[in-house]
Design a protein around this ligand. Structure first.
Ligand SMILES: Cc1cc2nc3c(=O)[nH]c(=O)nc-3n(C[C@H](O)[C@H](O)[C@H](O)COP(=O)(O)OP(=O)(O)OC[C@H]3O[C@@H](n4cnc5c(N)ncnc54)[C@H](O)[C@@H]3O)c2cc1C
Length: 331
């Protein structure tokens, strides 16, 4: 079984930044991730990442990936399904395909789109059921499609999908919508868009591809069920933390986010966390990247301590009286 100094789970803003810092400290670093880029891949325009006036999420993440790779980060593209602590204090990390050992762990697995949890969804995911309008919208040019969700985000995605579709059904799960919202006004002013307030998807049908969805309109008395014949369904139900596989190792909050301190320490020794999966507010790429660097440096210090070596000063400009702290050049 391959052994690493640090395994990073997740390869997006947080995980790739952590990997860059870890590899530059000559630590044998493995990133295990389902993809490269995470949520940033869902947007074509990032205008608030310092250094880039406007960049697509894909291009930004590609740059992160290239930079971490330059210093020797290794990658495995798979899903982590379990993490256990071994008797020597190190960790075993299992994916669907393999198993690895590591001294320290950086958890950077972000947030995952919330499922509808209705019959047909899992089977037809990727076959007409999509969780990314920006990524998959162009595949439905001139087709009849539906989008389901709630809040500003679904209205924003619906405006985009409406520009692609022949007919767009907007299944809005909330009982109220802001009628002054510019996106809402734009959507209802175009006859090709059909808006269903207070409605939910009950079932997704189709053999190999999506053919129809069963919708329950709860906004009328009595509630009524009807079927929409469509070629694709976009699910925009927000994002959740899928952290169950580490729940026995680290403390989570009520949203299943990993609780960390300002140095990226979790409740478990040797496990660090960063980015959207943590309880730290303001979920943004630049914030995740900063947290990734912090978690990496804390992981480095943990390994140094384990090896009986000096740890890095947390503030390299401040002279510490604590003799265990010593400045290590980062640049
Ligand atoms: C539509 C949209 C637009 C956005 N626009 C902006 C913007 O303009 N500016 C901005 O700053 N932020 C924006 N954000 C937010 C930003 O994308 C996130 O804050 C950032 O991506 C969080 O990075 P992260 O590394 O913490 O996690 P994520 O991006 O969520 O990535 C998590 C990574 O972990 C992997 N992973 C998850 N579970 C596992 C597992 N079990 N095993 C292995 N790998 C796993 C995933 O595949 C992924 O690579 C946007 C988000 C969305 C959805």
């Amino acid at each position: 079984m391959e052994s690493y100094d640090v395994i990073v789970i997740g390869a997006a803003s947080a995980g790739l930044s952590a990997a860059l810092y870890l590899s530059r400290q000559n630590l044998r670093t493995l990133v295990i991730s389902k993809d490269i880029g995470g949520q940033a891949l869902l947007t074509n325009e990032i205008e608030n990442y310092p250094g880039f006036e406007n960049i697509s999420g894909f291009d930004l993440m590609n740059k992160f990936h290239q930079q971490a790779s330059k210093y020797g980060t290794e990658y495995v593209y798979d899903e982590v399904v379990s993490v256990t602590r071994d008797s020597d204090g190190n960790f075993s990390v299992s994916t669907n395909e393999s198993k690895f050992r590591t001294t320290a762990l950086v958890l950077a697995f972000g947030k995952t789109p919330r499922n509808l949890n209705v019959p047909g969804e899992e089977r037809l995911a990727g076959h007409g059921v999509s969780y990314c309008a920006v990524c998959d919208g162009p595949l439905y040019k001139g087709k009849e499609i539906a989008v389901v969700g709630i809040g500003d985000h679904v209205l924003q995605e619906a405006v985009y999908l409406s520009s692609v579709a022949s007919t767009l059904h907007i299944i809005y799960t909330g009982s109220r919508v802001d009628k002054d919202d510019e996106n809402y006004k734009q959507l209802v002013s175009d006859q090709k868009n059909k808006f269903y307030l207070n409605s939910v998807v009950k079932e997704i049908n189709g053999d190999k591809l999506v053919k129809s969805v069963k919708v329950l309109n709860r906004g009328i008395n009595p509630p009524s069920e009807f079927e929409l014949n469509i070629d694709g369904l976009f699910v925009e139900m927000g994002y959740i933390a899928k952290s169950d596989f580490v729940k026995d190792l680290v403390k989570l909050n009520s949203s299943k986010e990993i609780i960390t301190d300002k140095l990226g320490n979790t409740s478990a020794e040797g496990i660090f966390a960063c980015g959207d999966i943590t309880d730290i507010p303001y979920k943004q790429a630049v914030i995740s990247a900063g947290q990734g660097a912090t978690a990496a440096l804390s992981a480095f210090n943990y390994i140094q301590k384990k090896k009986g070596l000096r740890s890095m000063n947390t503030d390299w400009k401040t002279v510490k009286t604590d003799k265990t702290n010593v400045s290590v050049k980062l640049s």
